[in-house]
Design a protein around this ligand. Structure first.
Ligand SMILES: O=C(O)CCC(=O)C1=CC=C[C@@H](O)[C@@H]1C(=O)O
Length: 350
């Protein structure tokens, strides 16, 4: 078997704001496996500034994987504990190589076009009118679950936006989720959650910065609206540590980003623990290209979670890859007639 890797830079259609900053480009890497006339591809979706494997030796690790591709998949994955996005890329690449169609990794009703995946629409940070115009557009597109980034604007302005949504749409018309990306201080957080709870939100992602588990546990115990842990899961790889974290914090939900938590296997460990502890969960992208998003979507469908998933990020980029994924009416569809260009993988090969 031969293996190679290549880098690709995705360009955002427009600067996309989170409380952690404005995104204009996203770096990503592809692992390409070749065996006889079979090709396999996997996306290593590092998120600079957020991924635990955002380290100087990242490319070196990719080179090591390619030089040692003769090792077993299990051995390679075990050696990549500290590189969750490479673990994920490798999991995808091996599945893709074994599949008759390198882009059909998890055949299901989804890939048979018999069932879509319900997804949330995403509203990025910006001034009030920009956020309201994004909202209008998402509602016109038929989304009934909306995720809004908060934490960077003046809080009263964000409350005003929620107020205007709430005045026009009841919770049975729109499921509203917010994502603070850790923007609140532990001291102010409960007060802000109480204000936010007046708008019958479904949940809030990561209200305070990760790594403050005592404060987060107190919040989850007293919160008037469900809390979902996102960044909190990054960098926790040992299954016992995962179990302890959930037992300590007891969140209402956890959010799985396979590129950040160690791929399919790392995510499944969290999901199994969450189920044991009665904690809800859903899956989101980490802004991968359509190659990684396709793999995440197909896998997510097999998990049977009926909640809207955070997989509506395929249209963010000007130079994304063509894909069978299509968004419509708040759902993600798989259109197998829109085949990936067979030469896509070849075009990425060095
Ligand atoms: O949850 C979604 O709808 C899409 C994914 C998403 O919002 C994010 C992915 C990666 C980094 C962030 O920009 C953001 C998040 O913080 O969840």
């Amino acid at each position: 078997m031969k293996a190679q890797y290549t880098k690709y830079t995705l360009d955002f259609k427009r600067p996309s704001g989170t409380s952690r900053g404005i995104l204009t480009q996203k770096e990503t890497w592809f692992l390409i496996l070749e065996e006889k006339d079979h090709l396999g591809i996997g996306e290593c979706g590092i998120l600079r500034g957020l991924s635990v494997d955002d380290v100087p030796e990242y490319e070196e690790q990719l080179a090591w994987v390619c030089d040692n591709i003769h090792l077993s998949e299990v051995e390679l994955l075990n050696r990549l504990q500290e590189f969750p996005s490479i673990q994920f890329g490798l999991e995808q690449a091996f599945r893709s190589l074994k599949s008759s169609n390198p882009f059909e990794l998890f055949p299901s009703e989804f890939t048979q076009e018999e069932a879509p995946i319900s997804i949330n629409g995403l509203i990025w940070m910006g001034d009030e009118s920009f956020m309201l115009s994004q909202l209008e557009q998402k509602l016109e597109e038929g989304f009934r679950c909306i995720k809004m980034k908060i934490g960077a604007l003046d809080f009263e302005k964000e409350i005003a936006i929620l107020e205007s949504i709430h005045k026009n749409f009841g919770p049975d018309e729109i499921e509203l989720r917010v994502d603070a990306n850790g923007a609140f201080t532990p001291h102010e957080a409960l007060g802000k959650l109480q204000r936010l709870s007046e708008y019958q939100l479904h949940s809030i992602e990561q209200p305070i910065k990760a790594g403050q588990s005592v404060e987060m546990a107190v919040l989850c115990k007293n919160t008037p609206l469900p809390i979902a842990l996102d960044e909190e899961l990054i960098g926790v790889f040992d299954v016992t540590e995962k179990e302890e974290l959930l037992q300590t914090i007891q969140p209402q939900y956890i959010i799985l980003k396979p590129s950040l938590v160690g791929g399919f296997s790392g995510s499944l460990e969290w999901i199994d623990l969450a189920k044991e502890q009665g904690i809800g969960w859903w899956v989101t992208s980490a802004l991968e290209s359509n190659i990684g998003l396709n793999a995440i979507a197909q896998w997510t469908y097999t998990l049977g979670n009926q909640m809207p998933q955070g997989l509506g990020t395929g249209s963010l980029y000007t130079n994304n890859f063509e894909s069978p994924l299509e968004v419509g009416h708040g759902n993600l569809y798989y259109k197998s007639n829109k085949n990936w260009k067979k030469d896509l993988i070849k075009s990425l090969c060095i």
